[in-house]
Write a protein that binds this ligand. Structure first.
Ligand SMILES: [Zn+2]
Length: 435
């Protein structure tokens, strides 16, 4: 394998710091480095070993808030493990049972609405973005690729067989016995399979990297994964089938429910493209003019300060800087989802796609309010305090409750819908806005 001539490092400061740390033998002795590497290897593989080894890690995982009160059901552990090794095969079944062609069409339609809302927003609003930058933003939006549901190769037997050749190679053994070739089928041990899985996946990544090729058919997530992403170098948004079903998207649900949930997720991912430093074709490049960049930082400061106010423990608050890009994407995502829903309504304010839910009128909830309920409901969850602290210290996403409260606090349409008096926590006097 040939090493590439140029490597683009996203976090040079980290490697500079690491270099200093490793060079300083008095602070970081070779023993420390060796122990550190061993520790990470052990930590990575312990879960694939027997109970004895797993138990050793239990006190640590308990302290970190990562141990559930109840052991997960056996079937759930098995499905998760099989998915780790042969995700594509599990996904074939998942997609066949859950994701029909109408689901793809519905997702495509939602994405088109949100994309339109962004185009209108860049075109008609955002006075702080200069015309040259706007031109690129519009082109990025227009040229953005979409991957919806599952990769096409999922139902191509040849491709699937090729993808898992590394595993079948280990199953079939050919030995010379008494001058003849004897074939036996013997499965490797469980641990071997898990080790090979990691090695194979790492090797694939490295090969692609060394070849310097761009594989536009590649998916960064399994079809059954409940997640989504924007990939800057490909200028593409990806929504696996896993997130295009309950509770994020419900076929036949009123459109304000779907726009409040999956719509805001779509808006979030497209919102990332506004922040990314790539050109419409995915190459790195400066597309913000100096004035736009300066205005951006001023507005970003507002978000950093706002989110840094949310307390997590007595002594820790949300890191507004670390979570900035995600918070900004949440804010623009929800706003665009709302606009896309509005654009779908007829002048009377009600379409057949937006009927009131049974019982909601009696409860006094309007469509507008239910839009925000659907958004907030997505982020419902419970976390142990230690796990939440770990998340706040290391993850670029704020905890779910912060993502809801921070986003709606900046929304004018939210405070109108819920008649929040200005000055209340969910309708502060000072609000932040970027895209
Ligand atoms: Zn994000």
């Amino acid at each position: 394998m040939q090493a590439p001539a140029t490597v683009n490092v996203a976090t040079p400061e980290f490697f500079e710091g690491l270099d200093v740390l490793l060079q300083n033998r008095t602070v970081t002795s070779p023993v420390v480095v060796a122990c550190y590497l061993q520790w990470h290897t052990a930590k990575q593989y312990a879960g694939d070993l027997g109970t004895t080894y797993q138990q050793r890690f239990r006190p640590l995982h308990t302290r970190l808030g990562q141990v559930a009160k109840r052991e997960p059901e056996r079937w759930s552990t098995c499905v998760r493990t099989v998915r780790r090794v042969v995700a594509d095969i599990v996904d074939q079944w998942y997609v066949a049972f859950t994701f029909g062609p109408d689901a793809r069409d519905a997702a495509r339609q939602t994405i088109a609405g949100i994309r339109q809302a962004y185009l209108a927003r860049v075109h008609d609003a955002l006075p702080w973005v200069e015309a040259d930058s706007k031109k690129v933003a519009l082109e990025k939006l227009a040229r953005m690729a979409e991957k919806i549901g599952y990769p096409d190769f999922l139902f191509d037997p040849t491709k699937i067989a090729a993808n898992y050749g590394w595993l079948t190679e280990r199953l079939v053994h050919q030995d010379e016995v008494g001058g003849r070739l004897k074939t036996t089928i013997a499965p490797p041990t469980y641990f071997d399979v898990m080790r090979l899985t990691r090695q194979f996946q790492d090797r694939e990544e490295r090969l692609l990297f060394a070849r310097g090729e761009v594989d536009r058919t590649k998916w960064g997530m399994a079809a059954s994964e409940v997640n989504a992403y924007f990939m800057p170098p490909l200028n593409e948004i990806v929504f696996p089938a896993g997130i295009l079903g309950r509770p994020f998207y419900l076929t036949g649900a009123p459109s304000y429910i779907n726009f409040g949930s999956i719509g805001s997720i779509v808006g979030h991912e497209i919102g990332h493209s506004m922040e990314s430093r790539v050109l419409p074709d995915g190459r790195l490049g400066k597309w913000w003019t100096n004035a736009t960049e300066a205005a951006y930082h001023e507005r970003a400061r507002c978000f950093i300060d706002q989110y840094s106010q949310f307390p997590i423990t007595n002594t820790t608050r949300v890191n507004g800087k670390l979570t900035l890009a995600e918070n900004v994407a949440d804010n623009s995502g929800l706003a665009r989802a709302h606009e896309a829903w509005m654009a779908e309504l007829d002048p009377a304010g009600a379409t057949t796609a937006s009927p009131r839910l049974p019982g909601f009128a009696e409860l006094g909830y309007s469509r507008e309010q239910t839009f925000y309920l659907a958004f907030a409901q997505m982020w419902c969850g419970r976390m142990r305090p230690a796990a939440e602290l770990q998340l706040v210290l290391t993850n670029e996403h704020a905890p779910g409750h912060v993502r809801v409260r921070g986003t709606v606090a900046n929304s004018q349409t939210f405070r109108e819908a819920w008649s929040c008096p200005v000055g209340r926590p969910m309708a502060p006097e000072k609000t932040c806005e970027l895209w």
